[in-house]
Design a protein around this ligand. Structure first.
Ligand SMILES: Cc1cc2nc3c(=O)[nH]c(=O)nc-3n(C[C@H](O)[C@H](O)[C@H](O)COP(=O)(O)OP(=O)(O)OC[C@H]3O[C@@H](n4cnc5c(N)ncnc54)[C@H](O)[C@@H]3O)c2cc1C
Length: 543
């Protein structure tokens, strides 16, 4: 019962046929494709942790925190009353509570602590938390992702890793040595170029105990993190550095937060413009090989940026299903109207196929992955990040429409999901950059292409539409002069063919059949395109 006791009988009319608020649900146990997928990809040992976050992430209380953190965005306090620099960003308490929830469930570190299945568990954890609030997932992802790059320096890893291993959140603004736990950020993008980081102009001058940086970064999210990986031009060339907010002697490191971006979405998360002015930094990895070092981090953040759009789509689907179960029109609940059933089932198909792909990719990130999986992690992740982020803006728009006019209103959450949708397509490699990166990887390591093709070829003969897509992919690959211009088509076909192959590999058969039929045919891209009512029923039963 609603403790606010809202009145339905009003003086002028009675309120009726309005869907109730979404009640508490279990973001893990109520998501069949999720728990099935976690078990399939080797993450079953992590069930207790996943269940615990699933219960919290689907609760109305945590959803309310997400709403509060977004309605009360972070504020910059660049100066104090006397005009001295503070460079502080203040967050609403709801943001800190969500960060605490994420850290206490190991979203930021569990992947590196488990012997097996840790990356699969990480993806599932992120998937659930992102549904409640995307903004906090940015610092959690960067903190998770920093490990491979950090390990390029034994000395730096020895200091920072124990602080990353702690399952706690410590927002205190003080030297890391006085803290229980830390978070990391990443600052590469400059005004004159984000994709082409070789154009970075920030300079790094060697001094007796490290380097001093001079320059700027045009985007730096989560600027209250304890340390950042950054790129700067050292005498040897573009190099990777670790910049802590505090110097080892306990004084503040100059980290000048100039302003916060006024963003379309992702409101709970602060994204800053910063300047380095004689900012102390330690080199990470070989000097002159900064891109190679920081790519170790970017590879991880890219996987998370491929998971995020699927999480957004899942949350939009949860809301659309809930609404349609409770709203009637023309004598029936919307969910019983055949055309709406088709739309909802088709959206459920998109989520299930997206989740299948990212969970399979997560397995390829596990320690001990074989050569084929190493290639899959490298190029499959770029393809998935590209394609899934092309799907989520359309999808969240479609889900909004399922709620009718109410979906366009802020209280429904749909506008927030819609505004969040484009960001993961832009950061960590924008669409074109990823597609070109895939082409480069294919040219440099032809085995990476082979790794993808072998997954698809293993299902040859199982569905005519998949066979045709494979032929189209191979046809394009024989025309190298067209490849750069058509790199997006190639990535799209590969992504959807991979999804088809994974679904065909171990079903359910109706889902695999529906995917091949609806996505690999020429039938168009609007949701609600399923032809077979048995498929509709099977998909809705799993959603
Ligand atoms: C909310 C938000 C937070 C961010 N946080 C961070 C952060 O914490 N740290 C950080 O370092 N960065 C951050 N970024 C920056 C982001 O990573 C960059 O914006 C992104 O990498 C693109 O760089 P750019 O903006 O300079 O665009 P550009 O590099 O100028 O690219 C513009 C467009 O051109 C395309 N393009 C580029 N090269 C080619 C080519 N050869 N052929 C065809 N098309 C091409 C790109 O795909 C893109 O669509 C953030 C961005 C946003 C929106």
């Amino acid at each position: 019962m609603d403790s606010r006791a809202p009145l339905e009988q009003l003086a002028t009319h009675t309120v009726s046929n309005q869907a109730p608020d979404l009640p508490d649900y279990h973001a893990y146990l109520d998501d069949t494709p999720l728990w099935e997928g976690v078990a399939r990809e080797g993450g079953a040992d992590h069930e207790p942790r996943l269940r615990a976050l699933g219960e919290a992430a689907g609760s109305a209380a945590v959803m309310a925190l997400g709403e509060q953190a977004n309605s009360n965005p972070p504020r910059l306090r660049a100066f104090d009353r006397q005009g001295r620099r503070l460079d502080l960003v203040e967050y609403h308490p709801a943001y800190h509570q969500l960060m605490r929830l994420g850290c206490e469930h190991g979203v930021h570190n569990h992947a590196w602590q488990a012997e097996r299945g840790g990356h699969v568990a990480h993806v599932a954890l992120l998937y659930m938390l992102y549904q409640a609030e995307g903004g906090v997932c940015c610092p959690l992802t960067m903190t998770h992702a920093v490990r491979p790059a950090l390990r390029a320096s034994t000395e730096l890893a020895a200091f920072w890793e124990p602080l990353l291993d702690v399952e706690a959140y410590d927002p205190a603004y003080c030297p890391a040595s006085d803290k229980q736990a830390v978070t990391f950020g990443m600052a590469m993008t400059e005004k004159q170029g984000g994709s082409d980081v070789r154009a970075n102009t920030t300079r790094a001058e060697p001094v007796s105990d490290g380097y001093l940086l001079q320059g700027h970064k045009w985007f730096c999210s989560a600027p209250m993190s304890d340390a950042f990986l950054t790129l700067a031009q050292a005498p040897e060339g573009l190099s990777c550095f670790l910049v802590p907010r505090w110097r080892p002697d306990g004084t503040r490191n100059p980290f000048l937060i100039q302003r916060l971006k006024d963003k379309l979405g992702n409101q709970a998360n602060a994204s800053a413009e910063i300047e380095y002015a004689a900012t102390w930094a330690m080199p990470l990895g070989p000097l002159g090989e900064g891109v190679k070092t920081i790519i170790g981090m970017v590879q991880q953040t890219r996987l998370d940026a491929a998971v995020a759009p699927v999480a957004l789509m899942r949350q939009a689907l949860v809301r659309a299903l809930h609404h349609c179960r409770h709203r009637g029109a023309f004598g029936k609940a919307l969910i019983d109207q055949p055309l709406m059933r088709n739309v909802l089932a088709d959206m459920a198909l998109e989520v299930e196929a997206g989740l299948r792909l990212v969970l399979r990719l997560a397995r390829a990130f596990e320690p001990g992955a074989d050569e084929q999986d190493r290639h899959l992690a490298r190029v499959g992740t770029a393809i998935a990040k590209y394609w899934l982020n092309k799907r989520s803006p359309e999808f969240t728009c479609e889900a909004m429409e399922c709620l009718g006019g109410g979906g366009y209103v802020e209280e429904s959450l749909m506008p927030r999901l819609y505004r969040e949708a484009p960001v993961n397509g832009i950061w960590e490699g924008s669409g074109n950059v990823l597609c070109l990166d895939v082409l480069r990887a294919f040219a440099r390591e032809p085995e990476s292409l082979q790794a993808l093709l072998s997954i698809i070829e293993a299902r040859r003969g199982e569905h005519a539409a998949l066979d045709r897509t494979l032929a189209r992919i191979k046809g394009l690959l024989t025309r190298p002069e067209e490849l750069e211009m058509r790199a997006r088509s190639l990535a799209e076909w590969l992504a959807q063919a991979l999804q088809a192959s994974l679904l065909l590999e171990d079903g359910p058969a109706e889902v695999a059949e529906a995917w091949c039929d609806a996505r690999l045919s020429e039938r168009g891209r609007v949701y609600g395109a399923l032809r077979d009512s048995a498929q509709v029923e099977a998909l809705l039963a799993r959603a």
